[in-house]
Write a protein that binds this ligand. Structure first.
Ligand code: FAD
Length: 391
């Protein structure tokens, strides 16, 4: 079996790419390890950057998020010293987020692609990409029934995330710049309406706590968590007691409590693969770079890179012009390192230092000073807003 472009993975990166290529008449097929139901219900991101919305609008993929997404432009910082709000939507470039759950975006992209006649194979796991150095790469796969198979292509787009086959198939010597930030979060989805009309960032001596709206009935919370402890170690009572404490509810009013629907342990790590092109194999999304979730950049980078990759592949396959493909890695890496830098800054803002600096008065005092600057300096606020929503 064959296609001009084989797309590994049906997440935001793979499905954006598939829609754009298919609309341009490029022969492509998506191979996805999971089944359709799993892909459409995997709750992860929720804050779409203005650029992401513009990309989706440009290609007629934004109907769902226009109907059901909600604009969002405020965050609130809570500390021992009090609280303050930043209306970031009115600062910097005056851009807002659109709150739209990732699983709804993925469902929209998938529905649009299938309605247009796009090809996708679910429950088909890519094992390795072979001969990527040359013009006829192949992908060894395992089909839903366990049968091994082999696909041929002219290009393989590795959009299969951080643990996918694309990364495993990179030639030895490929650079993977990795950073472990030494911080762990317990990520929670609660069956409870949002308790603030803002993204909440609480800095407490017990550690960081975060509040992010998802839908009218579902809220995402994060709690800084001890590394190595399983996700189910804390009872729901303990989780809510800790959220109440760290979100300073005694001063700011109660949180809506509810059942914890989902919990996962997230070690805050970042990495970047360099370069993103190896002959006929091109990486996009989490396969290319994992930005630690502190700055909510991952899904947004995935969509941005998918558009750049689609344009480059269309130029190459429809017009025999390979210049954009040659530039693809460099162009993406500029955005990736910018996002990485901001995520790193956010992590340092939100957490007491880990590792050798742990408990250091010096670092804690710098962190307080940084928060104070953000509270009082309009220039700092504009910089924050531009980077927070920008991509
Ligand atoms: P994925 O969405 O991971 O999709 C990869 C696909 O490839 C999957 O469907 C997988 O099943 C499939 N696959 C894997 N291996 C194979 C294989 N061998 N063969 C075939 N298919 C395979 N980002 C934001 O921008 N904003 C946020 O608010 C935000 N919040 C987050 C909260 C959490 C708790 C988490 C975990 C992440 C969050 N992110 C956020 C990050 C965001 O979810 C990811 O960056 C995004 O999903 C990346 O998209 P992708 O298409 O590259 O990869």
């Amino acid at each position: 079996e064959s296609a001009d472009v084989l797309i590994l993975g049906a997440g935001p990166a793979g499905l954006t790419l598939a829609n754009l290529l298919h609309a341009a008449g490029i022969d492509c097929v998506v191979l996805e390890r999971a089944d359709r139901a799993h892909v459409q219900t995997r709750a992860r991101a929720g804050f779409l950057a203005a650029n992401t919305v513009r990309v989706l609008e440009r290609h007629g993929l934004a109907d769902g998020l226009h109907r059901r997404g909600r604009p969002h432009g405020t965050c609130e910082f809570r500390t021992e010293d009090g609280s303050f709000r930043l209306d970031y939507g009115a600062l910097g470039r005056h851009e807002q987020h659109t709150v739209y759950p990732q699983q709804d975006l993925v469902t929209d992209l998938l529905t649009h692609y299938l309605d247009a006649g796009g090809r996708i194979h679910f429950e088909t796991e890519a094992r390795t990409v072979q001969d990527a150095a040359g013009p006829r790469p192949t992908v060894a796969v395992q089909e839903a029934d366990g049968r091994p198979d082999r696909w041929r292509a002219r290009y393989v787009a590795g959009c299969d995330g951080r643990h996918g086959a694309a990364r495993r198939s990179l030639p030895t010597g490929t650079l993977r710049h990795h950073r472990d930030h030494g911080v762990t979060w317990l990520g929670l989805l609660a069956e409870a309406p949002p308790s603030l009309d803002a993204v909440g960032y609480a800095l407490h001596p017990h550690g960081f706590a975060g509040h992010m709206a998802r839908t009218a009935d579902i809220t995402r919370y994060y709690l800084q968590y001890e590394r190595g402890i399983p996700a189910d170690a804390w009872s729901e009572e303990r989780i809510w007691a800790e959220l109440d404490l760290r979100m300073y509810t005694a001063e700011h009013g109660p949180l809506h409590h509810g059942r914890i629907l989902q919990r996962s342990v997230i070690d805050l790590e970042s990495d970047v693969i360099e370069p993103l092109r190896h002959g006929s194999l091109l990486l996009a999304g989490d396969a290319a770079s994992l930005p630690a979730p502190a700055a909510a950049k991952g899904a947004n980078l995935a969509v941005l890179e998918a558009e750049l990759l689609a344009e480059a592949l269309i130029d190459e396959l429809a017009h025999h012009d390979s210049r954009a493909l040659d530039r693809y890695s460099r162009r993406c890496l500029e955005h990736i390192w910018r996002a990485q830098e901001f995520a790193h800054w956010m992590i340092q803002l939100l957490h007491a230092p880990a590792g050798p600096d742990e408990g250091s008065y010096f670092h804690e005092a710098m962190r307080r000073s940084r928060i104070e600057s953000l509270r009082t300096s309009r220039t700092h606020q504009d910089w924050f807003a531009e980077n927070y929503v920008g991509i």
